[in-house]
Ligand binder design. Structure first.
Ligand code: ADP
Ligand code: ASP
Ligand code: MG
Length: 460
């Protein structure tokens, strides 16, 4: 079997859903499990609705519900004939009523918990999958809609719940596997799950990629396909670099590094389950299914001659520099520093140390005040925000002297706050002022990729 995940833009309207149907139909002999996102923009609207309700803005929240209902009804109108449409309208209206009831509940309580947020957010995937399932059936694709909340069992960390993989595996084999064996195209939702007691959860924004990877790895898929709105993983974010090139093949390590450092095209968590079982991941364009995409595998045979594969960036970064008031590398100093970040569940992205100081970057500043207070108990601390990490990624950086020098030469006229090369030696990252991020990315892209025309096995 294979897993095919379609992101928000791939299911955003009737034309997109027709494309999805054609793409899935071709893969029926390979027993696809299809994982879908909410229609583009809907998750944001649902969260906005929830916040409006929490602020007591009932009418505005209900207008938003009406807009969400209207968007899905429009898709139905464009996909089905009038009779079928009328029947499906009732179902869409029922979703909207349920959502309106949630709005009323939150308005009355005047409080919005993470648990309620997940209840709101779940409607996007539930509604899109309902419409797509109906369209598959109408298009003679024998399909079975499985509510992801029946198998994607998670812990109770609402809005960022962790799937309980042993349970998920058991449930997938009970619920999903027999259907694929019986020749159904199984359709399910990404992003949403449920606690063991049946309360709806979500696994974090952009999490449908992760859902797909979990399903693929636990069902031992031959292939995990991530269908999106670009031709694959590109040498940089196409919204910043207009002439970014498609990367034809790359390693799991490179893809993981890119995802982690902000290339939205793939959720960072996606790669892990696939890596464990060495399941190839294809990133493909649902608008141009023939465009080739990117293949991500453990050890690509090609590409050894190519040093840098891609340039990613992450904005909203805060740099914290910590100088020991006592002896810097005294026994236990680094441990004390990282204990503080651990205590406040704050992920550190990059670290650079000098004789007397250590600098780290974070993007979650929720507990920054408390972190600083604790660090100040044993060190002198300074903080600067509105930074960005720009990250040059390539599996063969370690064998190629001079890349760091080339990076620094390329952006010599920008102020570099930090530079770091990970132990895996697969990325070199620089921390710069956020306002310069586009220019820095374009400059690096030009210097590293204007001369790769001969590498036709890797780039297009
Ligand atoms: P989906 O809704 O299919 O999950 P996303 O919007 O999450 O799609 O991811 C696709 C987007 O990621 C692209 O439209 C592109 O703007 C952005 N992106 C950022 N970096 C890259 C990159 N290196 N290669 C391709 N796309 C990238
Ligand atoms: N719909 C969810 C989001 O917008 C999940 C996803 O699309 O991956 O975050
Ligand atoms: Mg995405």
């Amino acid at each position: 079997m294979i897993v095919m995940k379609f992101g928000g833009t791939s299911v955003e309207d009737a034309v997109a859903i027709k494309n999805v149907t054609d793409i899935v139909r071709k893969e029926i002999p390979r027993h696809p499990v299809v994982v879908v996102s909410a229609c583009a923009g809907i998750t944001n609207q649902l969260l906005k609705t929830a916040h409006l309700a929490a602020e007591g803005k009932r009418d505005e929240a209900l207008q938003m519900v009406a807009a969400i209902e209207g968007r899905h009804k429009n898709i139905v109108k464009d996909l089905f004939d009038a009779d079928a449409g009328r029947f499906l309208y009732k179902h869409i209206a029922a979703f909207a009523e349920e959502l309106a009831a949630l709005v009323n509940g939150v308005v009355i309580l005047g409080e919005l918990t993470p648990r309620s947020l997940d209840a709101f957010a779940s409607f996007g995937e539930r509604m899109s999958s309902f419409v797509i399932h109906q369209y598959f059936e109408a298009s003679q694709i024998r399909s079975f809609l499985v509510d992801a909340r029946s198998f994607m069992i998670t812990d109770g960390q609402y809005t960022k719940a962790l799937p309980l993989l042993d349970t998920v595996e058991r449930k997938l084999h009970e619920i999903v596997f027999p259907k694929t064996e019986n020749g159904y195209v199984v359709l399910t939702q990404g992003f949403i799950g449920s606690t063991e007691t049946g309360i709806t959860t979500t696994i974090g924004r952009g999490g449908s990629d992760y859902s797909a990877a979990i399903v693929g790895s636990l069902l031992n898929a031959e292939d995990i396909q991530i269908w999106t709105d670009v031709d694959g993983i590109l040498t940089s974010d196409p919204s910043v670099v207009s002439d970014a090139k498609r990367i034809k093949v790359m390693s799991f390590n490179e893809a993981a590094e890119l995802a982690y450092f902000g290339a939205r095209v793939l959720h960072p968590e996606t790669i892990l389950p696939a890596v464990k079982k060495e399941i190839p991941v294809h990133v493909l364009n649902s608008r141009r299914p023939g465009s080739g995409g990117t293949l991500i595998i453990a050890n690509p045979k090609v590409g050894k001659q190519c040093i840098v594969k891609s340039i990613a960036y992450k904005e909203g970064i805060t740099v914290i520099s910590i100088v020991s008031t006592r002896m810097f590398l005294a026994h236990g100093f680094l441990e004390s520093v990282f204990d503080v970040f651990h205590k406040y569940e704050t992920v550190v992205h990059t670290v650079a140390t000098s004789e007397v100081s250590i600098s780290v970057t974070i993007d979650n500043v929720k507990n920054l005040g408390k972190i600083l207070q604790e660090l100040k108990a044993f060190s002198t601390v300074s903080v600067s925000d509105r930074k960005a990490i720009v990250c040059v990624v390539g599996e063969h950086l370690k064998e190629s002297p001079g890349v760091a020098a080339k990076v620094l030469r390329s952006i010599a006229d920008f102020n570099v706050n930090m530079i770091s090369q990970g132990a895996s030696e697969i990325n070199i990252s620089v921390v710069i002022d956020e306002e310069h991020v586009d220019e820095v990315v374009r400059r690096l892209h030009k210097d590293f990729f204007s001369d790769v025309k001969h590498l036709t096995e890797i780039f297009e």
